[in-house]
Design a protein around this ligand. Structure first.
Ligand code: HEM
Length: 357
């Protein structure tokens, strides 16, 4: 799959991604003066982008201004998935529960599987040569014996991994900026001072905005899209982890939210300070190597570069085009959320005023 994430592939994917960001801007312009749920619009955008990159067609969320049933089902299944994940540790209760799982839930799961299959088959009919995320797998499918089921599982993972996470961070950084006006002012000045026209905002140019990157990293620290710990199994014969002996077979994980809100790792952990990523001496004692929102090792995030590009591009375009003001009903947006592996974001409501030039 790494092929689809190479620099070359990403350059080729740029026009496709830009087309959805253009559509987002057009939709946000139409909402002038109205209350806008930014979390939903970010989700629509990233799901449409990744739908196209993994299935060859978008979900049409931006066009319709609502979630596609495939996307809706993901959120519902995520909640149930977490309950199952926890119950696995109690085998007797788990078995008993499996027997009484409502039929509707199983049907929902099957419906989702079938929907994915239809989309995948359509993409396969489009041929193997398309610079997207699934191209590499399709080319090797026969050689590696990748069944339709395996391809289906991989495209589903790409979509979940590559959409919700990026939209979550964009929502988080927007909330943190709206609640930290000095940072918002500084970032807006950086973005509006760096370009002569909106056309100049592209994959390459957004990489030259240091404060933008610092804001994204600070948001990743305060509001990591994968906030819990994902499991790893200690190999036999056991290992020494952080000075403790842990026997082989033990499931371990690093919980990101906890790690990033520990004062031993980050000074003033509950405050938004992008400056900590720009060498401010006040934060010299921060343990920056503790910051791994994309994880480490052979199973870390494949889409990291794509995520940074998308986040930089979308946030820069939003700030280039609009002045933001949060609606009062979203004042406790971040603190009231629950986590079911993913954040249950809820609406992030704001008013957008187009910038007059
Ligand atoms: C801010 C955005 C993102 C964050 C925070 C994030 C985070 C993560 C994390 C923590 C993992 C590791 C899972 C584990 O340890 O088992 C992961 C895996 C993965 N991510 Fe991302 N991700 C983001 C965006 C993306 C994007 C845009 C894509 C593109 C499709 C993507 C594709 C993947 C894939 C395919 C894996 C599985 C890698 C493997 O198992 O080898 N991610 N991501």
């Amino acid at each position: 799959m790494a092929h689809g994430f190479s620099d070359r592939s990403m350059r080729e994917q740029q026009p496709l991604i830009k087309q959805y960001v253009d559509l987002l801007m057009a939709k946000l312009r139409q909402a002038e003066g109205k209350k806008v749920d930014l979390a939903a619009w970010y989700n629509y955008t990233t799901f449409d982008v990744i739908g196209d990159l993994a299935f060859g067609e978008s979900f049409g969320c931006l066009e319709g201004g609502e979630y596609h049933p495939w996307v809706k089902a993901i959120f519902e299944l995520a909640r149930v998935g977490v309950v199952f994940q926890s119950l696995v540790h109690f085998p007797l209760i788990f078995k008993a529960l499996l027997a009484v799982i409502p039929k509707s839930l199983m049907e929902e799961r099957e419906k989702h599987y079938q929907m994915t299959l239809v989309k995948l088959k359509k993409r396969m009919e489009g041929g193997k040569d398309r610079s997207d995320l699934i191209e590499g797998l399709l080319k090797k499918a026969d050689e590696w014996g990748l069944t339709l089921q395996k391809l289906q599982a991989n495209s589903a993972i790409l979509i979940i991994g590559g959409s919700e996470t990026t939209a979550t961070l964009l929502s988080g950084v927007t909330f943190l900026l709206m609640t930290n006006p000095d940072a918002l002012k500084k970032l807006t000045a950086e973005v509006r001072g760096a370009f002569r026209s909106e056309d100049e905002i592209d994959f390459m140019s957004v990489s030259n905005l240091p404060y933008l990157l610092a804001c994204l990293d600070e948001a990743l620290r305060m509001y990591p899209p994968v906030p819990t710990g994902l499991p790893r199994v200690v190999p036999p014969p056991g290992a020494s982890i952080a000075g403790h002996y842990v026997p082989g077979g033990t499931v371990v994980a690093v919980h990101q939210w906890a790690m990033y809100h520990n004062e031993e790792n980050f000074k003033k952990p509950f405050e938004f300070h992008p400056e900590r990523w720009l060498g401010d001496p006040e934060f010299a004692s921060d343990r920056k190597d503790a910051f791994q929102p994309f994880h480490l090792g052979p199973r870390n995030c494949l889409g990291r570069n794509l995520a940074y590009i998308e986040m930089r591009l979308i946030l820069a375009r939003v700030l280039w085009n609009f002045d933001l003001r949060m609606d009062e009903d979203s004042a406790d947006w971040m603190s009231k959320q629950r986590i079911y592996n993913l954040w249950e974001k809820g609406s992030l409501n704001a008013y957008l005023t187009p910038v007059q030039r």
